[in-house]
Design a protein around this ligand. Structure first.
Ligand code: HEC
Length: 119
């Protein structure tokens, strides 16, 4: 009887560890967007002008012309925007052939999306 209890505890512990590890590996650092109300005109547009629009205008590389807010919103909604600037697997790394955006800039873009992509 003792053995069974011990084995059960052992298996439960193993399972618990496995689940926890999986969650840790999968999750990204959680950023708090509460109260961080960035606006397109003041915060987001200048970023795209600086880092993206030399390729993403006039027809637009990859089908995105980021001189249009609608295209930025679309990429924000379907995951392409964060996927590319966070260099997630399965996305081309943006800005192309340039340094990765710093984490403050990426967080700004993420919070703008999370808080409803306001003008
Ligand atoms: C030097 C040119 C260049 C710059 C700068 C650039 N891009 Fe791109 N982008 C491309 C090209 C070319 C593609 C088409 C996909 C490919 O060939 O990698 C693309 C594709 C994309 C896509 C579509 C990805 C997909 O999965 O289809 C997104 C979203 C994107 N870029 C976002 C950005 C953002 C955001 C920035 C600025 C932070 C940026 N890009 C800067 C050239 C550029």
């Amino acid at each position: 009887m003792k053995k069974i209890v011990l084995v059960t505890i052992g298996v439960a512990t193993l399972l618990a560890c496995k689940t926890t590890k999986k969650q840790v590996a999968k999750s990204e650092p959680v950023i708090d967007c509460n109260g961080k109300n960035f606006s397109y005109n003041t915060d987001i547009k200048p970023l795209f002008e600086k880092y993206c629009n030399r390729c993403h205008s006039d027809g637009g590389a990859g089908g995105y012309d980021f001189t249009f807010m609608d295209d930025i919103r679309k990429a924000g909604r379907n995951g392409d925007l964060l996927g590319t600037v966070k260099w997630k697997r399965g996305y081309p790394k943006m800005p192309r052939r340039a340094a990765r955006l710093d984490s403050t800039t990426v967080a700004k873009i993420e919070c703008w999306i999370v808080n409803g992509m306001k003008e």
